[in-house]
Design a binder for this molecule. Structure first.
Ligand SMILES: Cc1ncc(COP(=O)(O)O)c(C=O)c1O
Length: 276
């Protein structure tokens, strides 16, 4: 693993480098991006940086200097990341040092870029619906903030029940998303995915799959989707297009024909451009 903070590479990324009063640490007052790299080159970095800016604005943080972020990305990738078939960058932008309550006052923001190699995700996986809901009306709905404790709890629940990902409904009972992924499914022969009004993150992979594979954005009860979909898949930066083989007690074809087509389209397009 390599890490860079506010302009300097860390000799030991495991050692403390962020102030104990950093609001990202004390109250989760920060935003982040996870970006895939292929042989040391980031995929869709421009789209990820645009979302980092949107998330920062949504939290009322100053806008990150994207040239500075790109310098951090170059620094962590400079020393041999190209030998890794796949890697993950994590870009974190927090409010910086502040008083230890929820109120802000202080700063300046903290910028961290970290990198480590990862393995490709399996082609199919199992998911578990969790009892907690996404709040599509919440102040952080749709923002990629560092307040991920709800996702941690949901994912641990799914893993205890034999899934690799948790699936959440929103407060209306409609399908929303996974803890780190968006969901697509085929119902009545049509490829569909929840709309952004569901409270899901505007996933970069989701946007590209909608554009490249043509899915209808629609909000439907999670239970209907789970019980009636003929196939379903997860999408995310690290999963790409990943078939769902089991959703709670229901087995699904993995991959089904539409999923297979989307995965092939994804592979073709990704091979064609690293900045789609
Ligand atoms: C809550 C949530 N939804 C969806 C996604 C998928 O987004 P992307 O395709 O940009 O990785 C993520 C990514 O980590 C996420 O955290």
């Amino acid at each position: 693993m390599r890490a860079w903070i506010d302009g300097s590479l860390l000799a030991d990324p495991g050692q403390g480098a962020v102030a104990v009063t950093d609001h990202g640490f004390t109250v989760g007052d920060g935003v982040f991006e996870a970006v895939k790299t292929i042989h040391g080159t980031p995929f869709a970095l421009t789209r990820h940086l645009a979302r980092l800016e949107r998330s920062a604005a949504g939290l009322g943080l100053p806008a990150p200097d994207l040239d500075h972020v790109r310098a951090g990305v170059a620094a962590v990738l400079a020393d041999g990341a190209d030998v890794d078939a796949m890697g993950r960058l994590r870009i974190t932008w927090t409010a910086g040092p502040h008083p230890m309550g929820s109120g802000r006052g202080g700063g300046p923001p903290t910028l961290v870029v970290a990198y480590s190699a990862i393995e490709p995700a399996p082609r199919s996986t199992t998911v578990v619906t969790v009892p907690w809901t996404r709040n599509e009306n919440g102040a952080t709905a749709g923002l990629k903030t560092t307040s991920y404790a709800e996702n941690v709890i949901a994912l641990a629940h799914a893993q205890r029940h034999g899934g690799s990902e948790a699936v959440l409904a929103n407060t209306a009972g409609h399908l929303c998303e996974g803890t780190g992924s968006n969901v697509f499914y085929v119902l009545d022969g049509e490829l569909r995915t929840p709309s952004l009004a569901s409270g899901c993150l505007a996933g970069i992979t989701r946007d590209l799959v909608v554009e490249w594979c043509g899915a209808r954005e629609v909000d439907e009860p999670l239970a209907d989707v789970r019980d009636r979909a003929s196939e379903a898949f997860l999408v995310s930066t690290t999963r790409d297009v990943q078939a769902i083989s089991r959703w709670d007690d229901r087995d699904l074809p993995a991959p089904g024909p539409v999923t297979e087509r989307c995965a092939a389209t994804w592979a073709d397009r990704e091979a064609g451009s690293m900045e789609p």
